[in-house]
Design a protein around this ligand. Structure first.
Ligand code: UD1
Length: 354
């Protein structure tokens, strides 16, 4: 069986790592296509190196652009690639523009498409990720869902017959990295002269938080006023938007950091007093590490983290301080994100549905 994985953005490389490993173990012909949506080495190459992912066979080098230009350029380039490869499956990951472009290209070439991390919904129709995941789910032939909630969303949209619950592949990666993270959890604090457990870890990169200067300014102000140092691990998008709006990112409590590799980010989260983020992956990683999380959004796709008390939504920046300093959540042994074997189940599902 031949599978072409199409990836392009940082969280997709994390998801690809266990899939690539399981594909190799199963003797699959696994071809990786990198769209080039993320091109900075800190957002791309370091993940391939650190997570031991096979080198992409094809690199489209598409780069940044408006949604239409970026998605359209990938779509045009992928037609030729997928036509030449003619795999049994095109596997697409998550909810980025790379996901949607690959799904549309494959479906129009009548090549079966499987969507990993299917069924997530924010029900916020202004989010680019929501457009990408809804359109991809409806185009795909096989929907690989991470959670029971995602399965219910797919059924509600009439897609239940194409859906299989496999668990969350990010859990596979996290469980593998947890022990090393415990050993390295003091590294970032030491490097920055902070106390272990004496800082918050923050990431802000989503369009709805970065692209409106007034909103971005109010979030940065709220972080700057927190009661402990805030290590702000900055995505290039945040730097670019803050520069354009003349917003200083190193004010008050904030200590600015460049993007971290996967293991560094996990260790930094584990060593922190809490995480403040708008990232989907980091909300789950914080939960799996049992670090309290505050999510700077009006809603989350990972509702289990909120229901179990480990994640609080701060829709307005004025709510961040109270959320971050809330009492510690109750411990839980719930495993809504699976047992760390989602990649193996994904490969089995691809064989079974062929
Ligand atoms: C994309 C995904 C988002 C995901 C995020 C993970 C979409 C619509 N969004 O958002 O779902 O959570 O990746 O990081 O696909 N830039 C660089 N270097 C890079 C890449 C980007 O400097 O290697 C800068 C550019 O200014 C670019 C901006 O970041 O315009 C945004 O990049 P883009 O790929 O459009 O979206 P992300 O914000 O990274």
């Amino acid at each position: 069986m031949k599978v072409v994985s199409v990836v392009g953005a940082r969280p997709q490389f994390v998801k690809l790592a266990p899939i690539d490993r399981a594909a190799r173990a199963a003797g699959l012909d696994h071809v990786i296509v990198h769209t080039g949506q993320h091109y900075d080495p800190q957002l791309s190459d370091v993940f391939f190196e650190e997570l031991g992912i096979s080198d992409p066979e094809i690199h489209l080098g598409v780069g940044s652009g408006s949604h239409g230009v970026q998605t359209g350029t990938m779509l045009a380039a992928l037609d030729e690639v997928l036509e030449a490869q003619r795999p049994d499956w095109v596997l697409v990951y998550g909810d980025t523009n790379s996901t949607l472009a690959a799904a549309v290209s494959a479906v129009k070439l009548h090549i079966p498409v499987a969507h990993l991390e299917a069924g997530l919904r924010s029900f916020n129709r202004r989010m680019p990720e929501e457009h990408n995941r809804v359109l991809t789910d409806h185009a795909a032939d096989l929907l690989l869902a991470p959670t029971d909630v995602a399965m219910r969303h797919l059924s509600a949209e009439g897609l239940g017959e194409r859906a299989v619950l496999v668990g969350d592949v990010m859990t596979d990666v996290l469980l593998g990295a947890r022990r090393a993270a415990h050993e390295r959890r003091g590294d970032l604090a030491r490097d920055l002269g902070l106390a272990l457990g004496g800082y918050y870890l923050a990431t802000i990169h989503r369009a709805e938080n970065t692209d409106d200067p007034a909103r971005l300014r109010s979030i940065v102000d709220a972080l700057a006023r927190l009661d402990m140092p805030v290590v702000l691990v900055a995505h290039p998008r945040l730097i670019a938007r803050a520069d354009a709006a003349d917003i200083r990112l190193d004010a008050g409590s904030i200590r600015l950091s460049t993007p971290l590799p996967y293991s560094g980010l996990i260790a930094a989260a584990l060593g922190s007093a809490g995480v403040v983020t708008d990232s989907g992956g980091l909300q789950k990683e914080a939960f799996l590490l049992r670090v309290p999380c505050t999510t700077v959004r009006t809603e989350t796709e990972w509702v289990e983290t909120v229901e179990l008390g480990w994640n609080v939504l701060a829709a307005d920046s004025a709510e961040i301080a109270a959320a971050v300093t809330r009492p510690a959540p109750l411990d839980t042994d719930a495993t809504p994100y699976g047992d760390g074997r989602a990649a193996e189940r994904t490969i089995s599902a691809l064989f079974a549905a062929r």
